[in-house]
Design a protein around this ligand. Sequence first.
Ligand SMILES: [Zn+2]
Ligand SMILES: [Zn+2]
Length: 254
Amino acid sequence: MKIRVLGCSGGIGGSLRTTSFLVDDDILLDAGTGVGDLSLEQLARIDHIFVSHSHLDHVASIPFLVDTVCWMRGSPIKIYGIKETLDILRAHLFNWKIWPDFTQIPDGEKPFMAYREIRVGEPIQLGSRRFTAIPANHTVPAVGYAIENDRAALIFSGDTSTNDALWKVVNATDNLKYLIIETAFSNKERAIAVASKHLCPRLLAEELEKMRARPEVFITHLKPGEGALTMKEVGEAAGRWRPRMLENNQEFNL
Ligand SMILES: [Zn+2]
Ligand SMILES: [Zn+2]
């Protein structure tokens, strides 16, 4: 299984894109602005989108994607999320006001888009690939994801603050090769990080103390303009885990 980073920034500007990962050629994990870099043919191959939470930086491309490729496809694009997240998408995004409700277009029997409710801890198997929502601690209902096959696993924290439940999963995951975890703010913005339920480097270090597994650690969701400072602080606070900055277009093989 191949996982490619389409976006891993906390914002936009220049080459920065918000959170999205392409798994093989048919699955998205979150659908931030990075999805827009795919070609029309690549977009039309997306069958499944796993959503971590309803914030715009993680779902912004779903409306454009569905609208762009619906006429090229024979089956609905499936949107996976916990009930609370799907309810927010129904009420506040695909509500005919911000964007049409594509679960009713062209009709409810054979729609262009379909919601698939998932529960934390219950794996969804797609061929040899397994996706399991894992707990996150954010300002809206949110999850991270464990992505696995029979060989190895990658865990994506999603947007989260202090999160003991995440470490239970991390420490119990066999063959954990990669951990992608957010650090949205620098240390001087710790109060904002706490209020918005994100991490800063010192909080990240406190979190990593709970980790007994030894995956390669990658940092995501850096705030535009603060990436260098935040990564310097991550190195100072959490250097013993050798965290590296997640890069756009970076690829992971499981
Ligand atoms: Zn968020
Ligand atoms: Zn976010």
